[in-house]
Design a protein around this ligand. Structure first.
Ligand code: MRU
Length: 346
């Protein structure tokens, strides 16, 4: 089943509720673009490619609900909805990329207002379908980097749940496994929202791929002990120089990998590459509620003192010098990234 899909009978967007996994598998139906915006910010749906597709379907809902009587007014409404959707989460560039790409095509549309409504949905559906094809292409390139017998550290969740289907970094691991390579995955639990322990472990279990969950602070230990051959993660934005914004903790993981000569690979669709930004210092980093850090429980009890304060940046930036290669659907980019990324986007 896809992480997100349009219900053509009810004209609504369904999403797997990722807040509830692995205990409960449930779908959330979104009936308006505001529903979608809330689902993105509340992380019903998450992962850079998935939230881009969610925003595109959000525009289709905005088109359906708009009271506009002229094409021009409908386009205005869609731009307003696009601004709200883009503001739902700031770091993953796929969100703005999907909205801007869809809105740009509207200026070329010459049909009736009703046809325009249908057109927006068609565009969103195309984006969702393309996402699956792109992920499979990424996986075919990336699987060549994995050798039989590798132990791989994986950070956050980059699997089918983070995209429409298949996934990016986890999709590479899944393809390598299906090619018959014996792999063991050390799954970073990924504090504070535990996307690794909850979602990546859940996916790997279904695929039958051997894994063990580690707390994030164990990664250096295993690499120093020579137990890890590769590190794989996704990205929410890659800048022109190859800096990679990804889930908080990626930077520390990449530092430890560098110090232990373990290659660290970032796996992304080209829609995650933002050549308009020169370097990672310019990327807006989402700071989420401190409750996500403070509400952790041990044996059913809250562990932090009442009144404690916390910080919660959801992403960090790994400098390009710590990245061994960036895997995309157009091939693998190697340093120097300022040249190779431009080439791969041509
Ligand atoms: O906050 P999240 O769960 O949306 O963060 C997700 C990540 O950081 C992923 O690693 C990234 O989006 C790449 S997913 C293919």
């Amino acid at each position: 089943m896809r992480t997100i899909f349009w219900d053509y009978e009810k004209n609504e967007v369904n999403m797997i509720d990722q807040r509830l996994l692995p205990e409960t598998f449930a779908l959330v139906s979104n009936n308006s673009y505001l529903d979608v915006s809330h689902s993105i910010s509340d992380m019903v749906i998450r992962g850079a490619p998935a939230i881009g597709v969610a925003a595109a379907f959000g525009l289709a809902l905005a088109a359906k609900d708009s009271k506009a009587r002229t094409r021009e007014n409908l386009v205005q409404d869609l731009h307003a909805a696009g601004s709200v959707l883009k503001a739902s989460r700031p770091t993953a560039v796929n969100l703005a990329w999907a909205v801007d790409r869809l809105l740009k095509t509207l200026s070329e549309f010459t049909g009736s207002i009703d046809d325009l409504r249908k057109y927006v949905l068609e565009q969103a559906q195309n984006l969702a379908d393309d996402d699956v094809v792109i992920n499979k292409r990424i996986a075919a390139f990336g699987a060549d980097l994995i050798a039989d017998g590798d132990t791989i550290i994986h950070h956050c969740n980059t699997g089918a749940l983070a995209a429409v289907d298949w996934g990016t970094a986890l999709g590479v691991i899944r393809t390598a496994w299906e090619q018959g390579k014996k792999i063991n995955v050390l799954v970073d639990e990924t504090r504070p929202r535990l996307q690794g322990a909850r979602l990546t472990a859940w996916e790997l279990q279904q695929y039958g791929i051997p894994y063990e969950i580690i707390s994030d602070n164990m990664a250096g230990y295993f690499m120093r002990a020579g137990k890890v051959q590769k590190v794989f993660f996704g990205a929410d934005r890659v800048t022109a120089n190859g800096d990679v914004a990804n889930k908080i903790g990626t930077y520390m993981l990449a530092l430890a990998a560098w110090d232990n000569q373990v290659p660290a690979y970032s796996v992304v669709p080209t829609s995650t590459i933002d050549l308009t930004m020169a370097h990672g210092g310019l990327i807006p980093i989402e700071e989420r509620s401190s409750d996500e850090v403070l509400n952790i429980q041990l044996a059913g009890e809250r562990v932090t003192p009442i009144g404690a304060r916390a910080r919660n940046p959801a992403f960090d930036v790994t400098p390009a010098r710590l990245i061994s290669a960036i895997v995309t659907e157009n091939g693998i980019a190697y340093p120097p990234f300022d040249l190779s990324l431009r080439k791969i986007l041509q």
